[in-house]
Ligand binder design. Structure first.
Ligand code: SF4
Length: 83
């Protein structure tokens, strides 16, 4: 069973899979207002623009973080990873 959790925002849904995370810390260092381990829930998908959060999630090296933009412009994940 996968340990993926979903954090629901107004414009973006953020998914986090703790089984995949390699604890690089990139998410919390880059966007501390959104990814804050001292808060519960630790991800606040409304604390920045959905675009900004999406672009930052694209830098997660393990793929533990993924997202879905609710305006339908981007579906999710790193489809263009090898482009
Ligand atoms: S950036 Fe990705 S791999 Fe690094 S701590 Fe955050 S979720 Fe885990």
């Amino acid at each position: 069973m996968t340990k993926e959790k979903v954090y629901y925002g107004k414009d973006i849904e953020v998914m986090f899979n703790s089984d995949v995370c390699i604890h690089s810390g990139i998410c919390v260092k880059g966007l501390p207002g959104v990814f804050n381990l001292s808060k519960r829930p630790w991800i606040d998908p409304d604390a920045d623009t959905s675009e900004g959060i999406a672009r930052h999630i694209d830098t997660c090296p393990s793929g533990a973080l993924t997202y879905k933009l609710l305006d339908g412009k981007y579906s999710t994940r790193k489809e263009d990873e090898h482009a």
